[in-house]
Design a protein around this ligand. Structure first.
Ligand SMILES: CC(C)(COP(=O)(O)OP(=O)(O)OC[C@H]1O[C@@H](n2cnc3c(N)ncnc32)[C@H](O)[C@@H]1OP(=O)(O)O)[C@@H](O)C(=O)NCCC(=O)NCCS
Length: 411
């Protein structure tokens, strides 16, 4: 039967979503879901597989912007909506779609493609490396006391209705994401989903609350979005605060937001699904062991498409030079030897014939890109080879970075 890979038309878009939802075991997409995705996705960035004229597999890429160490940004293809009908799996449809999406991203001069993976064994084969992780945490509110040295924003916190929050939160987040390696520009459509606040997203919890922090000089400089899950046992409250986001433009604003969440009446526990690995919160707490990590999860997977452009775009912890011998079986045109010279103020990476310092795969280079893992850790795992003695130490000093990469926006 004919197998065709192509972008979908406007008329076919809902059907593309249906394939994806079915692959994830969900029912048909609702009208709000269709509207959100339709707004976020450019039709010419979709890739669907049709077999004998029938659509069987779906995928798309979002035009995103990724913050790099050194607080610069690059355009990034955000691969998403990947799904293959259960009756059509293991026939190479994912492989077909991925080749199409990566070729298209390269043609758009996007130096990297990124994605979140439903299973962490799926995308290494296409050259994606695990570049950032996150933790889920929870703490009993009564153990949430901050140390006296924790910063104090000295401002105030106000609750806003969705309509007003929609005017304030996107701007605040956009400033915050530019300061955080691994973070992404949030598509407007995602904000629509935040503010529509659908009943089905509540999962037994309250409406969403939008709390905005103003600094002492009355400038908005942070926000938290959260729901409360009320529970009473024998007349005693056992409520949970389910914090979706706690974002401060300054550490003081964020500390104030935590104080606020830990003090909410009739609640016992605060949980947050996604926080950075190096969250300062742990270091602010009087009793840090009480902050329980309930999960450590992989988040962004990075696939380099243009090594020279990608490595030239970020900044490095110390001034140094390294030559990488990069292998890439999936896109052999990307393989080769690259010389990177760079530091805190800028960098240049280009192809070279110099002797290599380190040999590694494109997947490993993707994993190192945002500073989320040390080259020496990958070498200890047998995934990076130190060709010139001492090169690993240089790579660790140059590439690893604080803060750890972290994304506030998924896709
Ligand atoms: C995951 C999924 C997209 C794979 O699609 P597919 O068309 O079956 O994949 P392909 O046939 O192109 O397989 C490509 C390779 O990945 C492997 N592979 C695919 N899915 C796999 C899985 N779940 N576990 C292990 N290996 C898998 C295949 O064996 C094949 O291996 P090869 O490189 O040795 O040839 C599909 O099973 C699916 O829709 N799953 C549910 C939704 C989902 O998880 N989507 C991914 C969102 S990030």
């Amino acid at each position: 039967m004919d197998v065709e890979l192509r972008a979908v038309t406007d008329d076919e878009f809902e059907d593309l979503l249906r394939v994806d939802y079915a692959a994830f075991g969900s029912g048909a997409p609702d009208a709000e879901g269709v509207a959100v995705y339709r707004k976020a996705v450019d039709l010419d960035r979709t890739r669907a597989v049709f077999v004998g004229g029938r659509r069987v597999a779906a995928s798309a890429a979002l035009s995103l912007e990724l913050t790099l160490p050194g607080v610069t940004t690059v355009p990034a293809a955000g691969v998403t909506l990947v799904g293959v009908l259960s009756t059509q799996r293991r026939r190479g449809h994912l492989r077909r779609m991925m080749a199409g999406l990566l070729d298209d991203a390269a043609a758009r001069n996007e130096p990297v493609a990124i994605l979140l993976s439903s299973e962490s064994l799926l995308y290494s084969r296409f050259g994606y490396g695990l570049a950032s992780s996150h933790t889920s945490v929870e703490i009993e509110s009564r153990h949430g006391a901050l140390r006296p040295s924790a910063p104090d924003g000295g401002g105030r916190i106000e609750l806003f209705e969705a309509e007003h929050a929609a005017k304030v939160l996107p701007g605040l987040l956009d400033r915050a994401r530019r300061l955080q390696p691994g973070d992404l520009r949030r598509p407007d459509a995602w904000w629509d989903a935040v503010f529509i606040n659908l009943e089905k997203d509540r999962k037994g919890a309250s409406q969403q609350f939008y709390a905005v922090h103003d600094s002492a000089s009355s400038e908005a400089d942070g926000f938290a979005t959260y729901r409360v899950k009320s529970e009473w046992q024998s007349g005693i409250h056992k409520g949970r605060v389910i914090a979706n986001e706690v974002v401060g433009l300054t550490p003081a604003a964020e500390a104030d937001l935590w104080r606020f969440l830990f003090s909410l009446d009739l609640t016992e526990v605060v949980e947050v699904a996604r926080r950075p690995l190096d969250d300062p919160l742990r270091w602010m707490l009087v009793d840090p062991r009480r902050l329980r990590v309930t999960m450590v999860g992989d988040f962004l997977w990075v696939r380099m498409l243009d090594v020279a452009a990608a490595l030239s775009a970020r900044r490095y912890q110390v001034e140094a030079t390294l030559v990488f011998e990069v292998s890439d079986d999936v896109r052999p045109e990307t393989a080769g030897r690259y010389r990177l010279g760079g530091g805190p103020d800028g960098a240049e990476c280009r192809r070279t014939t110099d002797e290599p310092d380190l040999a590694l795969g494109i997947e490993e280079l993707g994993a190192l890109y945002l500073g989320g893992v040390a080259a020496s850790a990958l070498a200890a795992a047998g995934r990076v080879t130190e060709v010139r003695p001492g090169a690993l130490r240089t790579a660790d000093a140059m590439l690893a970075l604080h803060p750890a990469p972290f994304s506030r926006t998924g896709f």
